[in-house]
Design a protein around this ligand. Sequence first.
Ligand SMILES: *Cc1c(COP(=O)(O)O)cnc(C)c1O
Length: 395
Amino acid sequence: MMAAILDAFLSQELDALRQKHLFRNLRILEGRQLPEARFDGHSVINLSSNNYLGLSTHQRLIDAAKQAAEAFGVGSGAVRTIAGTMQIHMELEEAIARFKHVEASVVFQSGFAANAGTVSSILGKGDLIISDELNHASIIDGCRLSRAEIRVFPHKDVNRLEEILKETAEFAGKKLLITDGVFSMDGDIAPLPELVELGERYGAILMVDDAHASGVLGSSGRGTVDHFNLHGRVDIQVGTLSKAIGSLGGYVCGNRKLIDFLYHRARPFLFSTSHPPAVAASCLAAFQVLQEEPVWIERLWENTRFFKAELEKLGFNTGQSETPITPIVVGQGDLAMRFSDELFAEGVFAQGIGFPTVPEARSRVRTIVTATHTHEHLKRALAVLGRVGRRLGII
Ligand SMILES: *Cc1c(COP(=O)(O)O)cnc(C)c1O
């Protein structure tokens, strides 16, 4: 039986969510994560996955996973630092380091764990973190866990950032400047060249979280550092294996010393079991596909350009997006949720997003195109978006 105090707390919180129309049932995917997929019994054009290149169902990845499961079993049986480091884990870290043109990399169980574990092990009490206001929740949690002082600068505002760096020039501890490479709700790109310069000028460590840039931006999807040609000038690069790479996990790239330190101090690495071999094998296959099958990234960007241009022709406000993530900003949260619900009923799945994830007045539905959408998929989605958008007075 549940403790009365817990029961009362949960009821109160859930009732509040229901009253604000924020209570949501999880949508259930039936079958594969495809550009046209079945959720909750409806066949819809899927504009809500991060499976940018369609790799989660790529046959080479599936075959690699199957073979690894047969050869090595389904679980690793231990944390990396005790008995859970398999040959295939090391091969994956080496492949990532080569791909990113860095000395070394370490793989975590997720991108979330990579961010939270890295920030909280490198920074501590007496240190300072300077963070973009739209950074991902895993960065924010890592900052809090570190117990360092936190200063937040307005989104991409490098002038305000420089003021903060000037104000804290005499700060005695380490300083970390941290940003998403591509911002997950708006699809815009961090001003990395300016951040690199400011970091170098004011002696701050620079860390970039490329979750939405991995497999998307830069040559063969090497990320924002490659996109801006800043190799060697970003101290810590984070990436995810859960989005464009199609599987699961996160990684940190840098020099050998950084990775050796994280092997000894990053708590998710030390205290949580390593990936099943099938996960590591599928990720290894994904990095081969990235380099041998450029067609996926080409199609992703073709679809991105086409879809964005058509949304703008329809008259939607698509914000500042520069990547396959395109928000359709509608204003109030309840309108965004209604827009999303009516789109779904007419066969298009685009997630509604409101406060607290974005400011109330910038509530939106977020669309993400992938390499595997056909033009026909996108045209059908655009027809529905136009029809429902006009009906709700959004355009
Ligand atoms: C998705 C995301 C993460 C988390 O990655 P997972 O591998 O899904 O845990 C971290 N940072 C950003 C910016 C993200 O969008």
